[in-house]
Design a protein around this ligand. Structure first.
Ligand code: SF4
Length: 398
């Protein structure tokens, strides 16, 4: 957590503790672009999943972190009933050291939003509700294989905003094949008119092992070229900035600093997180580990009384420094190389004077004291910007 953010939040809202992520793998239908660990599951299978998740939480009893954010992601967590979510939250409190008033976030699909579900999520203490809207256009929604239509999306946003959550966030996707700037602008303008507290706008990515990946191989799907993609990126940031949404990360926009994602921030600044459920990833400050991806394998391992971990990697100080740089250059705050030196004992000033100077001259980076801050042009190419850096030898180990 940076000093900048500490000025914005009261200590309780600071959320500088560890994060909990719960992966709920079920979806009513599988979208053709999705590469998450998801499956269709009936009521019985979901009930079995909840029992297994509760058992998995018990396997982490006494885990040595204090958690202040809880994020229900997936998949579609809104497919679980209020009672099931309540049992999961109760079990987290029973076995783990959870803040008295944690920041609870829940992802929901528009078709699951109604007066009753909203009331039950509010009762559970959900503070950030993220709606998987993706588009307000029926043709685009059908191309994306979504189960809702534009009318349902609008209604869900309006009802969620009226329900009194601290933050209502919308996910949108842009960069669909043949999508023009004006077509995307219409989506953005509809979202802006509805006035959510937060927006996440993601570029469509086609992954190999998805239905879209297969269609691309067959030549049936042609992705939008880099140039129009970049145009849509700049349009997104320009339009949202002029309507009062701060682009605090490549894909994330907040109406006020308090609406920024507290949980995702932990991934960006290497705060420890524990991930539970199939495919969930965890990080303890030095090592990363991940769960069995397939729900049946995950469930079998938990049934055997094992933590269902499928793999683990220890990260060297150089790797941590490198990740910190890469993630920091995706945020509007940028990255403090002195902080990297203090945390990981890696001096990125060393050997990178020319790289920094060149990027400043090209207007991709600005220097604010010892902090490297990407311009919008820099954020547009954040990953390659980080790749331009040499990672020199360590000056000391932590
Ligand atoms: S609703 Fe989300 S998680 Fe589920 S299949 Fe579609 S993109 Fe994937």
């Amino acid at each position: 957590m940076t000093c900048f953010e500490r000025r914005q939040f009261s200590p309780v809202e600071d959320c500088s503790g560890a994060g909990l992520y719960l992966h709920v793998p079920f979806c009513s239908s599988i979208c053709p672009y999705c590469d998450f660990a998801v499956l269709k599951g009936d009521r019985e299978r979901r009930k079995h999943f909840v029992e297994t998740l509760i058992d998995e939480i018990g396997l982490y009893e006494g885990f040595g972190e204090r958690f202040d954010t809880i994020y229900f992601g997936g998949g579609t967590p809104s497919l679980l009933s209020g009672e099931e979510l309540e049992r999961i939250l109760g079990t987290l409190r029973r076995y783990l050291d959870v803040h008295d008033d944690p920041w609870v976030s829940l992802e929901a699909n528009p078709e699951d939003v109604n007066v009753d579900s909203l009331a039950s999520w509010r009762r559970l203490g959900v503070k950030t509700l993220t709606l998987g809207v993706q588009s307000f256009d029926d043709t685009e929604l059908s191309f994306l294989g979504r189960a809702h239509d534009a009318k349902t999306a609008r209604r869900a946003v309006e009802e969620a905003l009226a329900a009194g959550f601290h933050t209502v966030s919308l996910d949108l996707i842009y960069g669909l094949p043949d999508q023009s700037t004006s077509m995307w602008r219409r989506q953005l303008d509809t979202a802006i008119q509805l006035a959510p507290d937060h927006l996440s706008c993601y570029q469509l990515t086609v992954h190999e092992k998805t239905v879209f990946g297969v269609r691309r191989r067959r030549g049936e799907l042609v992705e939008l070229a880099d140039e129009p993609q970049a145009e849509l990126f700049f349009e997104t940031h320009a339009r949202l900035a002029e309507t009062g949404y701060e682009g605090y990360e490549v894909s994330n926009f907040a109406r006020r600093p308090v609406n920024r994602s507290r949980h995702n921030r932990k991934y960006w600044d290497h705060t420890p997180c524990l991930g539970l459920g199939p495919s969930a990833h965890s990080f303890d400050g030095r090592a990363r580990w991940w769960n069995e991806r397939k729900e049946r394998s995950w469930s079998r391992r938990v049934g055997d009384g094992d933590r269902p971990v499928a793999g683990r990697e220890e990260l060297s100080s150089l790797e941590l420094a490198w990740e910190h740089l890469m993630l920091g250059l995706r945020t509007a705050e940028g990255v403090d190389l002195d902080e990297i030196r203090q945390r990981y004992g890696v001096d990125l000033w060393q050997g990178n004077g020319d790289v920094i100077e060149k990027q400043v001259e090209a207007s991709r980076l600005e220097l604010e004291g010892r902090r490297l801050v990407p311009t919008l042009a820099g954020m547009a190419v954040a990953d390659s910007l980080a790749l331009a850096f040499e990672v020199p030898g360590q000056v000391s180990d932590r």
